[in-house]
Design a protein around this ligand. Structure first.
Ligand code: 0O2
Length: 212
């Protein structure tokens, strides 16, 4: 277990993980600040929930093996850009793009990768917006640009992704069944719900307010 050993024994280990944990805190705070401000617009927060996770040493090791990366701390830092993960669950699809725009335009944020699986869903139906951004972490020896993976999804997309993950985790699904088609169909229905909810919101916004 080379990287495990490396991680366990390295004197840098704790420092490296402190850095990623701090990067998660920075991004989470930025998103909560935006959520607070944007809630003034509609009297409703655009973010439903934020989940964060630090990749475990086991899963770091598994990914480095799978991708054949050199098993050094430097290579881990360079190649694994999803050690720090933040998942943002939003009410509506347009809130996702609004939050992205405001987060990415901040002067200390650098976008290094963007995958829009909402406009271009994966063949299995998976939808989410994935960003890899870096944020400077101010440690005692100066700032360190630290990568964080930010995944934006609606509640409907999250519902699908959570169940799909749980269902597939248990068994290798054979290509001869219709399971994949049915899961894809569920993903499309979840997306249709998102679109209809956005339309309903816009119709309600267009109505006269009886209380005003
Ligand atoms: P965990 O436990 O969340 O870390 P790579 O990350 O380099 O392996 P790639 O193509 O850059 O590959 O990653 P991608 O596809 O942008 O996104 C990876 C993450 O998105 C996954 O993390 C999942 O969290 C999520 N994801 C991507 N595709 C699917 C999918 O089809 N179903 C579900 N439920 N989630 C998906 P990890 O690494 O798998 O795990």
């Amino acid at each position: 277990e080379e990287v495990m050993e490396l991680l366990d024994k390295s004197e840098n280990y704790r420092l490296v993980f402190t850095e990623y944990r701090s990067a998660i805190m920075e991004i989470e705070t930025k998103l909560r600040v935006l959520d607070n401000e944007l809630s003034i617009d509609r009297d409703k927060n655009p973010i439903e929930a934020i989940h964060t996770r630090l990749k475990s040493p086991e899963s770091i090791l598994e990914k480095m093996r799978r991708k054949n990366y050199p098993k050094t701390l430097e290579s881990m830092r360079e190649n694994l850009l999803d050690i720090a993960g933040v998942r943002v669950i939003c009410d509506f699809i347009d809130d996702i793009y609004k939050l992205e725009r405001h987060l990415c335009s901040q002067s200390d944020i650098t976008v290094i990768r963007r995958k829009d699986y909402i406009r271009n869903p994966k063949p299995n139906g998976y939808r989410s917006l994935h960003l890899i951004v870096t944020v400077p972490i101010f440690l005692t020896d100066g700032p360190k640009e630290t990568p964080v993976e930010v995944q934006f999804r609606t509640m409907a997309m999250d519902f699908w992704a959570s169940l799909e993950h749980k269902l597939k985790y248990k068994k290798e699904i054979s290509g001869t069944t219709d399971i994949a088609d049915r899961l894809k169909e569920c993903a499309d229905r979840a997306f249709a719900l998102d679109e209809e909810m956005m339309q309903i919101r816009s119709d309600i916004d267009g109505m006269e307010c009886k209380k005003c």
